[in-house]
Design a protein around this ligand. Structure first.
Ligand code: ZN
Length: 396
């Protein structure tokens, strides 16, 4: 397919012979929010294949749509508009505060609208620098008074960081999964850190994805799915000594790693590959979960009429596309202004702010990782409310 480039080796350890876990066929880009119903219906779809490395175990997407289509100025994810995410970064900033002195020079890449930088500033950190590829988000962060450079983090940006380097800490949250060239990014971080400098990384936990069948977190923008082992391997191979890795509740299950810069030498593989049987089992359970969700949504539609979908993040778009249940929904709600008045892929219903008078009889909370907060607000207005993850559950 034109414009799609294909990787044949592992992104982390370069081993050939990746094994297919699931072939999802042609799927839309999760971050695309159409301005018109025509664009939503006709949006281009790209091959989506989840593969596993036979050496370091890294799960990854190997088909890359053109980068300008994946990350564009029209970026619709503004972290500070999502209260649970703000709470997450408050927690993360506390965690960093326990480990880094206030004098630390900190660089965050993929800083979005400055959601973490803001928390760090409130805690008394002063040497803060952000990098983000989205013009929109750089403008938002800059308007809050942050020093932010626009661009993709990597070797190409080192010169532009100028006198701000060396850093004591380089951090990224929910960004590492979007990186195609891991060696370039970790190499740049290695160069920009001072002696004994550290990297802190937050990623989605592949084990949660596998255990709970979170197929809707698998999309083109998420190139890699790290487990504790494969993350450790990736950092070690690029000149970092991992001090700690812990689990966090971010986005339905995350990992947080801290690693110290050491001499760049050939590190060793720290993870075990899965067996062919295990890979087949994961593939089957992801496919089974897609089918189970499709059947449940269609059953709800048959019982209650057109459904409301609440929380239209990228994973909600993937849920609709992969389960092919777009038509079961009659309305889509989202609290983030940036997504309102757009159209989810494959639908001709506009995404709107929730209002009780528009509520149908049944609602599926598609942003299930925020279901507690959402349920509190909408419960009185529905006969029934369900989530599809981690298990299909009737919340009301
Ligand atoms: Zn590998």
């Amino acid at each position: 397919m034109t414009g799609v480039s294909k990787r044949t080796r592992c992104r982390s350890c370069f081993a050939p012979g990746l094994r297919v876990v699931v072939d999802f066929g042609l799927q839309p880009l999760a971050g695309f929010y159409a301005a018109s119903p025509e664009d939503a219906i006709n949006h281009r779809r790209y091959p989506l294949l989840l593969e596993a490395c036979p050496v370091c175990d890294l799960l990854q997407i190997t088909d890359l749509p053109p980068i300008e289509e994946v990350f564009h100025d029209d970026y619709t994810y503004s972290s500070s508009e999502i209260p649970p995410l703000v709470a997450h970064f408050a927690d993360y900033s506390r965690w960093l505060e326990e480990r880094f002195p206030k004098s630390a020079a900190i660089l965050e890449f993929g800083c979005n609208d400055g959601v973490l930088l803001n928390q760090l500033r409130e805690r008394g950190y002063q040497h803060l620098t952000g990098v983000d590829a989205s013009t929109n988000m750089v403008a938002r962060a800059a308007s809050r008074g942050f020093d932010v450079i626009e661009g993709f983090f990597g070797s190409g940006i080192i010169d532009r960081l100028g006198k701000r380097a060396p850093f004591d800490l380089i951090t990224c949250s929910n960004v590492f999964a979007h990186i195609d060239d891991l060696q370039d990014v970790l190499g740049a971080a290695h160069k920009l850190l001072g002696e004994g400098g550290q990297m802190c990384i937050e990623v989605h936990d592949a084990e949660k994805l596998v255990l709970e069948g979170q197929f809707e977190t698998i999309y083109h923008e998420h190139l890699t799915y790290f487990s504790e082992g494969s993350l450790r391997t990736c950092l070690t191979l690029n000149g970092f000594d991992v001090s700690e890795i812990e689990k966090t509740p971010m986005h339905g299950g995350g990992l947080r790693a801290r690693a110290r810069k050491v001499r760049l030498e050939t590190g060793t593989i720290q993870s075990e590959p899965r067996s062919a049987v295990e890979i087949e089992r994961i593939g089957n359970s992801l496919t089974a979960k897609v089918k189970q969700c499709r059947e449940r949504v269609n059953a709800l539609r048959a019982q209650y009429g057109p459904l409301d979908g609440y929380g239209m993040a990228g994973r909600a778009q993937m849920f609709l596309a992969m389960t092919q249940t777009e038509k079961a929904f009659g309305a889509f709600f989202d609290d983030a202004q940036i997504r309102q008045n757009r159209y989810a892929v494959g639908t001709d219903e506009r995404i709107e702010a929730f209002s009780p008078e528009r509520a149908a009889r049944a609602c599926v909370i598609l942003a299930w990782n925020y279901s507690d907060a959402i349920l509190k607000r909408i419960e009185p207005y529905y006969e029934t409310v369900e989530v599809m993850f981690p298990e299909i559950t009737k919340l009301k």
